[in-house]
Write a protein that binds this ligand. Structure first.
Ligand code: GTP
Ligand code: MG
Length: 437
């Protein structure tokens, strides 16, 4: 685990600006009031000049947020007062804390793992009540436990394999070892479950990014406007109206959704439209789902299929059914197809329901926790190593290769909780925190 300089740091723990109270937090060493007792205090600078009066709270380490001794001064919440208290602490030898430095110390002192530290930032940033609840669950360790359980399973599996390799004089047939096969199967299931949960967790944190695509004039911008309840995008009967990417954040039952309206995809566009189409393709790469709008009154040629990356779920919307007279709502599955009208709003409630299902989080109910893309990446990498190990076992009966892949898989999971982490990664994570947290 990386080391850090154990100097004393200071920062305002309350936001800049005016407020009822302003809290200055100091972490390090020093002479202090009675532990965990609100003590009336006057803050003076080195010359004895009075700066503010309020309450001092002392948390002796290691039972504190950072794991070090922490002193908090709760004074008046004005930017000048707070700054003068911080200046006085700096005069006395404290250093101004970098963003997230208190949380980073908490991590380095083993008070929190990385997932929990990130959950603090996510809780502060959460945009919906669902996201806040899920961040709290990550903070309380639900996510970390799931990762650690899987790591433990991988270790058991590896011990099993290595014990077998250690007796090379015996002919080992891994594939007929029922106990081993059971352990492998359990790991595979745990990976599948964790991947599902972490994908949902990422959507809860970042919102579901839905990209609206289709040919020009099919009603993409009309749908964006309808779902967002705003006149966000220009709608005209001219094909090729939208050129820029237009993003609107909406909420469906506590689920944050970012709708992305794009230029209609077609052959031989003019130059401006061509740039819009390039951007539409770019947006598709980061999509969690695609709303593919078709004109119900026209025959769809289906060439858009090639534009949409294979693994992204697609909802096909046959729009303008007010013209064709089709029945609104679900038409078929695989791919999910719905009849709608962006003009009358017919079938739009069914669309909302379909989007909710796409996010999948209601299946998890109270179990959902927040996750970040870096967690998803690490878990996918761990699952890939595991898979590769299994293939080696099946193809070459190579226990050694499996053991090595299990080790790599375990290591990749360690990046999630931070048991394996670099200074670089920590720097990136904590620099996104606010100062004073
Ligand atoms: N009758 C009917 N007309 C619709 C419906 N949805 C959109 N339109 C009309 O279709 C035309 C094109 O709508 P837009 O929302 O601009 O379509 P678009 O797909 O964003 O078009 P581009 O930005 O040019 O690619 C407009 O005249 C809309 O009023 C619908 O459900 N029913
Ligand atoms: Mg448009």
């Amino acid at each position: 685990m990386p080391e850090y300089a154990r100097d004393t740091i200071v920062a305002a723990a309350t936001p800049p600006g005016k407020g009822g109270i302003g809290i200055v937090r100091i972490s390090g060493d020093g002479k202090v009031p009675q532990p965990r007792l609100a003590t009336c205090a006057t803050i003076r600078n080195r010359n004895g000049d009075e700066l503010d009066s309020g309450i001092a709270l002392y948390f002796p380490g290691p039972a504190s947020y950072t794991g070090e001794s922490v002193l908090e001064f709760h004074g008046h919440g004005g930017p000048v007062v707070v700054a003068s208290v911080i200046d006085a602490a700096v005069e006395l030898g404290a250093r101004r804390a970098a963003p997230g430095e208190f949380s980073k110390r908490a991590f380095l002192n083993g008070k929190l793992d990385l997932v929990q530290a990130e959950a603090i930032a996510d809780l502060i940033d959460s945009g919906t009540s669902q996201a806040a609840r899920a961040a709290l669950r990550s903070l309380s360790g639900s996510f970390s436990h799931a990762v650690e359980n899987l790591q433990q399973q991988l270790v058991n599996l590896r011990l099993h394999v290595e014990a077998a390799i250690d007796f090379p004089e015996e002919e080992i047939d891994f594939l007929s070892d029922q106990d081993l096969l059971r352990k492998i199967e359990a790991c595979g299931e745990a990976f599948a479950k964790l991947r599902r949960e972490v994908n949902i967790g990422r959507v809860l944190r970042d919102g579901l990014q839905l990209v609206i695509v289709g040919k020009p004039n099919v009603g993409k911008s009309s749908l964006l406007n309808l779902l967002s309840g705003q006149d966000a995008a220009i709608v005209t009967e001219v094909a090729g109206t939208t050129r820029d990417i237009i993003r609107e954040r909406i909420e469906i039952d506590g689920l944050a959704v970012e709708l992305v309206d794009t230029a209609g995809l077609r052959e031989n566009p003019n130059r401006i439209e061509a740039e819009g189409i390039r951007r539409a393709r770019e947006a598709l790469k980061n999509a969690d789902g695609v709303l593919w709008i078709q004109d119900a009154s026209e025959v769809e040629t289906g060439e858009l299929d090639q534009e949409i990356p294979g693994e992204i779920p697609v909802i096909i919307l046959r729009n303008k059914i007010d013209v064709t007279g089709d029945t609104p709502g679900p038409l078929k599955e695989n791919p999910t197809t719905l009849n709608v009208s962006a003009r009358t709003g017919a079938g739009i409630d069914d669309l909302r329901e379909t989007i909710r299902q796409l996010a999948g989080y209601q299946d998890l109910g109270e179990g959902a926790f927040t996750a970040r893309r870096r967690h998803v990446d690490a878990i996918v990498m761990a699952a890939d190593h595991f898979q590769r190990g299994l293939e080696a076992l099946e193809k070459n009966r190579a226990g050694e290769l499996l053991a090595e892949d299990l080790r790599l898989s375990h290591e990749a999971l360690g990046e999630v909780t931070g048991s394996m982490s670099s200074d670089d990664l920590l720097g990136r994570i904590f620099s996104e925190f606010c100062i004073g947290k």
